[in-house]
Design a protein around this ligand. Structure first.
Ligand SMILES: O=C(O)CCC(=O)C(=O)O
Length: 286
């Protein structure tokens, strides 16, 4: 889908650390993606590849938790068609001021009715295993979202606060806003929390330092989101930090003889010189 942010939306991103967009994907993609979510959480991996982080499976996992899988794109091509999209990559690079964007990981999140919260955090706090350790995120709602249904929340302008160290649980913490309240206190401000309320197919972009999280879903409706976390195209591994953040998982893809992130595992979505990892289109069409 063609995606063009207006100058006002770009300004809003820089001022607030996030911007809300009414439509990020075509309506026809919604049922396809919801089926892909069913498959992934039922353990049906279309390509045969198990995603890097499988934190919830039907019949095995706690039904009161928000369901989460990371790198669903490796298991399901319909997920890949969205998170490897060139236009989303280009929009991310433009917002971040990068010459190119590549996928770091995707996040497949399903907050079923009566599931618990996800703790507030800054994404960049988990990324010291590569350099430059920054990402920018596109968050896509697959259901209409509401504040009471546990949509994503942002602390306005918190991308200007210090980068903190990871604090508390991501899944079902006792107080999901505690880390952002602590960080706001340190920054000497009161957090100004914004709830992203959009129709299915809409969503947001947020800066890697913007504090975000989401409350429980006590409603009768599901709240599913597909998330692309993208990094600058020229990043390099930093082996001295492989034990930090999510380094233990994603350092597995390090090549033997250099610190280059292999495009097979971290494909380049868009670069200003016109380059895009060629295997992406073979993969999507195979
Ligand atoms: O969808 C959500 O509620 C939160 C997603 C999120 O925090 C993330 O992907 O980093």
């Amino acid at each position: 889908m063609q995606l063009e942010l207006s100058p006002a939306q770009t300004t809003s991103f820089h001022d607030n650390g996030f911007v809300v967009v009414d439509q990020l994907i075509e309506a026809a993609q919604l049922p396809v993606l919801r089926n892909a979510f069913d498959d992934l959480f039922n353990g049906v991996f279309e390509t045969g590849v198990r995603p890097d982080e499988v934190n919830w499976q039907r019949g095995e996992s706690d039904p009161s938790l928000s369901r989460q899988i990371c790198n669903g794109w490796k298991a399901n091509r319909n997920i890949a068609r969205v998170v490897l999209d060139q236009n989303i990559g280009k929009t991310i690079a433009a917002l971040a001021g990068w010459t190119g964007a590549r996928i770091m990981i995707d996040n497949v999140i399903w907050k079923a009715p009566a599931t618990k919260s996800l703790g507030f955090h800054q994404d960049n706090a988990y990324l010291s295993w590569f350099d430059p350790g920054e990402i920018l995120t596109c968050w896509i709602a697959l259901d209409d979202t509401t504040a009471e249904g546990g949509t994503i929340e942002f602390a306005r302008a918190s991308h200007r606060w210090q980068l903190g160290t990871p604090e508390g649980e991501f899944h079902a913490p006792d107080d999901y806003r505690k880390p952002v309240n602590n960080a706001a206190h340190k920054a000497g401000v009161k957090p100004d929390i914004y709830h992203v309320e959009v129709k299915a197919g809409g969503g947001s972009f947020h800066h890697g330092k913007t504090w975000h999280g989401s409350g429980a879903n006590p409603t009768a409706n599901p709240r599913r989101s597909l998330v692309l976390h993208a990094m600058p195209s020229e990043v390099q591994y930093l082996p001295e930090n492989f034990d930090q953040g999510i380094g233990p998982i994603y350092s597995r893809y390090k090549r033997l003889n250099d610190n280059v992130l292999d495009e097979n595992y971290f494909p380049i979505l868009w670069r200003e010189d016109g380059y895009r990892t060629p295997q992406i289109d073979d993969y999507l069409n195979s």
